[in-house]
Design a protein around this ligand. Structure first.
Ligand code: NAP
Length: 335
């Protein structure tokens, strides 16, 4: 393997505000050799996710920043191409965290073997992976939708939001999506079965949302913040729940952003709770059981958005922050 070429996309500099292609650098190095107890992984698929924007900053957060001069971090579906670890064999396919590169070493810690016959491999990065589990746990543990209630979720055609609305429907609630553009909104209603979907670029977003939620909003699954949050907030019912999952509209902000009205939290006795998916690690078994069954039964559908080639990752990631992806964004790395 010493002769194999390892393309890596490094974090070259930290962005101030909106990131650009200049923050990344593509380099080529020889693939490393596994030592005792190690395996060599070849990336088949790389997941691109909004949290990576936060890792580009040198800021205190729930996870360490990505290191300058090192490959960008990221979840992967990888194939073992060499093994000096008795638990893994050449040819095993695993869920790994190998980052933006063709090859990576691992001591086997944190690798999960995948079975291509059980589910398409890329679902481990999306609907049956971290984003699907985020939707499942955030909605069911914090949102707790009841039959007949109204659940609103933004980024509704994306990896997390698409699952949130479909699970809300399974639980007997009304699901109202918010998404960017007519094509995404049509998909959310016609393919995913949401009750309605509003384009967040519409000048009368607040009025359209109010019309779609005549009984107010019982669960607002917060994925974006910004203008969508401000349009939903006045519609919240007393005792509404707000799982705060992400604020992608604010990830590139350099100053302070307008936030929720704290007095409303008090007056309406809202339950607002931020969460990181791994707070619910103990629920992973329930999630995998339920989500796999819902997919089999046709109750949950998912959409993936593939780009080809490791070198396309920076542009595809920048597009994700602007809504250019349509579904779970995955880079097909190996030809
Ligand atoms: N707490 C956790 O553990 C956790 C785990 C996973 C994800 N998350 C968060 O969940 C959210 C969704 O993630 P995802 O993986 O499902 O990504 P995604 O929806 O597949 O992609 C991101 C989408 O965000 C939307 N967006 C971007 N800028 C926006 C803006 N200014 N206003 C409204 N929408 C905007 C775009 O869709 P449109 O074209 O529809 O605008 C874009 O396609 C993110 O905030 C992410 O950080 C949190």
């Amino acid at each position: 393997m010493a002769s194999a070429n390892n393309r890596q996309i490094l974090l070259k500099s930290r962005p101030n505000g909106r990131p650009s292609a200049d923050n990344f650098e593509l380099v080529e190095r020889p693939a490393p050799e596994p030592g005792d107890g190690q395996v060599l992984l070849r990336t088949l698929y790389l997941s691109l996710d909004p949290y990576m924007r936060g890792r580009m900053n040198d800021a205190k957060s729930y996870a360490k920043p990505a290191e300058l001069g090192q490959p960008m971090v990221g979840g992967t579906v990888s194939e073992l191409v060499a093994s000096r670890n008795a638990k893994f064999a050449v040819g095993d396919i695993v869920l790994a965290y190998a980052g933006w590169q063709d090859y990576a070493l691992s001591d086997g810690g944190g690798l999960r073997k995948l079975d291509a016959k059980a589910a398409p491999l890329t679902t481990a990065l999306g609907i049956l992976g971290m984003p699907g589990m985020t939707a499942y746990c955030g909605l069911l543990e914090i949102g707790q939708p009841k039959p007949g209630e109204t659940v609103v979720v933004a980024a509704a055609s994306g990896a997390v939001g698409s699952a949130v609305g479909q699970i809300a429907r399974i639980k007997g609630a009304r699901a109202i999506g918010v998404a960017g553009g007519a094509a995404k909104c049509r998909f959310v209603v016609e393919e995913l079965g949401f009750d309605a979907c509003i384009d967040h670029r519409a000048p009368d977003l607040a009025a359209q949302l109010a019309a779609a939620c005549p009984n107010g909003v019982d669960v607002y699954f917060e994925n974006v913040g910004g203008a969508v949050q401000q349009a939903v907030w006045p519609l919240l019912n007393d005792f509404a729940r707000v799982p705060v999952c992400g604020v992608i509209a604010q990830y590139n902000a350099t100053g302070s952003s307008p936030g929720p009205d704290i007095a409303t939290i008090l007056r309406k006795r809202l339950l607002v709770r931020g969460f990181i998916v791994w707070d619910f690690a103990a629920k992973q078994g329930d999630f995998l059981r339920d989500m796999a069954a819902w997919i089999r039964e046709g109750k949950v559908k998912y959409r993936e958005d593939f780009v080809a080639g490791l070198e396309t990752a920076p542009q595809a990631f920048l597009g994700l922050l602007e809504g250019k992806n349509f579904g779970k964004l995955v880079v097909k790395v190996a030809p």
